[in-house]
Write a protein that binds this ligand. Structure first.
Ligand code: SF4
Ligand code: SF4
Ligand code: SF4
Length: 171
């Protein structure tokens, strides 16, 4: 399934003041995270990939610019409350979203960094006129690991929360 959206098109949905566009660590309870998290920071310390950082509000966030999440579950295991739970790790709702407007390939510059670094082959390119190539993302294959987000040289890839049910292939 092709999914091209505008750059940094975060969802603005808020539930009881909780901003659902913020990417909480894998296994998080959403909504309700801010009620359960004590801001102890144990999840950030436990992450071997250093992809959990403490946000401006004091709560942990997944920061894909630091690299991909391996879904190892160390963060959820370290959490002393029910804010993060291992059982929810497979319900990760975030998937990559590609901005055609920002993508180098769509602007006639040869680049396949995201495709080359996607272990799940979720990204493909369709040749266009004028030496351009349009990126396409298969959300049924994407795991939302964030490797492409971290590596895109022009920040044309973001993670976006999915609202439709995910398939067994990526849960
Ligand atoms: S699942 Fe593992 S790699 Fe991913 S954020 Fe948690 S500790 Fe880090
Ligand atoms: S380990 Fe749990 S309670 Fe502590 S900051 Fe992380 S999510 Fe919040
Ligand atoms: S988030 Fe991971 S699985 Fe999804 S397209 Fe990017 S690199 Fe591939």
């Amino acid at each position: 399934m092709s999914q091209l959206t505008s750059r940094r098109a975060f969802l603005s949905a808020k539930v009881r003041g909780e901003d659902l566009s913020i990417i909480r660590p894998p296994g998080s309870v959403v909504p309700g995270f801010v009620d359960l998290c004590t801001k102890c920071g144990d999840c950030a310390k436990a992450c071997p990939e250093d992809v959990i950082v403490i946000g401006a509000d004091g709560f942990p966030v997944l920061y894909s610019d630091n690299g991909p999440c391996t879904f190892c579950g160390e963060c959820a295991q370290s959490c002393p409350t029910e804010a993060l739970e291992l059982e929810r790790l497979s319900n990760w709702p975030w998937r990559a979203s590609l901005s055609a407007a920002s993508c180098l390939s769509m602007n006639g510059v040869s680049c396949r960094v995201c495709q080359d670094n996607c272990e799940h082959n979720a990204i493909s390119f369709r040749l266009q006129q004028g030496g351009r190539a349009e990126p396409s993302l298969d959300t049924d294959t994407c795991t939302g690991c964030g490797a492409c987000v971290a590596l895109c040289p022009v920040d044309a890839v973001t993670l976006e929360r999915q609202t439709k049910p995910l398939t067994e292939a990526n849960t």
